[in-house]
Design a protein around this ligand. Structure first.
Ligand code: SF4
Length: 447
């Protein structure tokens, strides 16, 4: 945001009512300037202040929401060139292409893969978000039938793609409520598609192989009040497409060119006939700087690594992934089950809980809040010492759920065992393995 906290404060009502979630207008102004809250949280802004602040607070890459309700996918919103400068904001949508010239069995297979290729990873659910429904047949009824099927069966936001404006209009007529992304508006169909998009309040893709032409098209759309725009340079040569992504991002972020400040789209499905190569191409565009990546098909071995890469790049580098402090039951533990302790760094939690699960020994896992730090880092930072652990064990209520008094601590903090015995005199402190992989063997004979 280019505007400072004090400049924002001058435009606020200054009543300190607290309805925005912070106690004062000044605190809200500072949070807004830091990008930690949203303008909409203050309900008392004058229309003039709202307009001024909205314009000033819009990120250099405008955020665009595609779809509605539970399937809405937000893309764009970025403010930096590189993740380490702050963070990347909204992860790109991974889209699956389904075309109306495909065999019915092929379409059904894609819909099934879209709905079932869903993964849990460090507490997050990973999956594709969008289906690009393409009209290849030139038959409006066939296209509409496919769109209806996809809308009914896919848990997805929808993109309608065709180079025929008649087909796009026909397609839109059966899925207006889903607020689909229209692909694409060009120089040739500008008036017709722009009026369709305006009438139905849908986001639209502007497509041209010339960046100068895209600047002109987005400028015209903005003048007519259409701001939910995605850019497609149409490049299907990987080097050219990558150059375009970087050029657009640089122009929007470094040169503050509003007319290129929109998320982009890449048709990775047109860049290779090989699914594995396509996934590698898509991985490049996850990193640089695409808002929507269309794939020709989903398969577990290509989609999963792509989703994990995306999750890693779009996590906040200033905030470690953390699990909530709690007593976690693994299996169905009873009063005689072992009690293990670990930190709340998500990766540690999922490794340890996975190893306990594979041991088939029902257990309690105590997860102490270490601000997302791993065992050794938390210990070195003084957040996982004997006094802190003892206080947590006493307060968490585990003693009411077990008959024994044995606590298994991570092998890496064995040095704390003596002090823990002093802090928890009723407990026997057992030093567990240093490596998670050794937990199953350890639990077989823990008692
Ligand atoms: S809701 Fe608005 S008026 Fe109330 S404290 Fe927050 S910023 Fe100030």
């Amino acid at each position: 945001m280019a505007i400072t906290g004090i400049e924002i404060f001058k435009l606020l009502p200054k009543t300190n009512c607290g309805e925005c979630g912070v106690p004062t207008c000044l605190a809200f102004a500072m949070s807004l300037a830091a990008g930690k809250t949203e303008l909409a949280k203050c309900p008392y802004l004058s229309p003039e202040a709202k307009n001024k602040l909205e314009e000033a607070s819009t990120p250099p890459i405008r955020p665009v929401v595609i779809g509605k309700g539970e399937y809405a996918k937000k893309i764009g919103g970025d403010t930096v060139m590189f993740r380490h400068e702050k963070r990347f904001e909204n992860a790109p949508a991974i889209a699956l292409l389904i075309s109306d010239d495909m065999e019915e069995s092929d379409i059904d297979g894609r819909i099934e893969r879209f709905n079932t290729l869903v993964y849990e990873r460090v507490g997050q659910t990973l999956h594709g978000e969008m289906v690009a429904v393409k009209c290849q047949s030139g038959n409006a009824n066939k296209y509409k039938a496919l769109i209806n099927k996809v809308v009914q069966k896919c848990k997805a936001s929808i993109m309608l793609t065709s180079n025929n404006a008649d087909m796009l209009e026909a397609g839109l007529s059966v899925c207006t409520a889903a607020r689909p992304l229209i692909h694409a508006l060009t120089k040739e169909n500008f008036d017709r598609i722009a009026s369709l998009v305006k009438e139905h309040s849908c986001p639209v893709v502007v497509k041209d192989d010339s960046i100068d032409a895209i600047i002109e098209l987005t400028g015209r759309l903005e003048q007519s009040g259409i701001k939910d725009i995605v850019i497609d340079t149409g490049a299907i040569d990987m080097q050219k497409a990558l150059e375009n992504q970087v050029a657009i991002r640089r122009a929007a972020i470094n040169q503050k060119m509003r007319s290129l400040g929109y998320p982009t789209l890449v048709m990775a499905n047109e860049m290779s006939g090989d699914l594995m190569k396509e996934a590698l191409i898509a991985a490049t565009f996850v990193a640089k700087y695409t808002g929507i990546i269309v794939l020709s098909d989903f398969s577990g071995e290509t989609l999963f690594p792509l989703l994990v890469l995306r999750m890693n790049l779009f996590s906040d580098p200033q905030r470690p992934l953390a699990t909530a402090e709690n007593i976690y039951e693994i299996g169905s533990p009873d009063e005689n089950s072992p009690v293990l302790l670990t930190c709340n760094f998500s990766l540690t939690y999922f490794i340890i809980s996975g190893e306990i699960e594979s041991s088939r020994v029902p257990s309690f896992l105590l997860v102490k809040d270490t601000e997302g730090l791993s065992v050794m880092t938390a210990w070195a930072a003084g957040k996982f010492g004997a006094d802190i652990i003892a206080s947590f064990v006493k307060k968490c209520g585990i003693a009411d759920r077990i008959k024994h008094r044995k606590l298994i601590i991570p092998g890496y903090i064995a040095i704390e065992s003596g002090m823990l015995e002093d802090e928890l005199p009723d407990w026997e402190i057992m030093v567990g393995p240093r490596e998670g992989a050794h937990i199953p063997a350890y639990l077989k004979t823990w008692n």
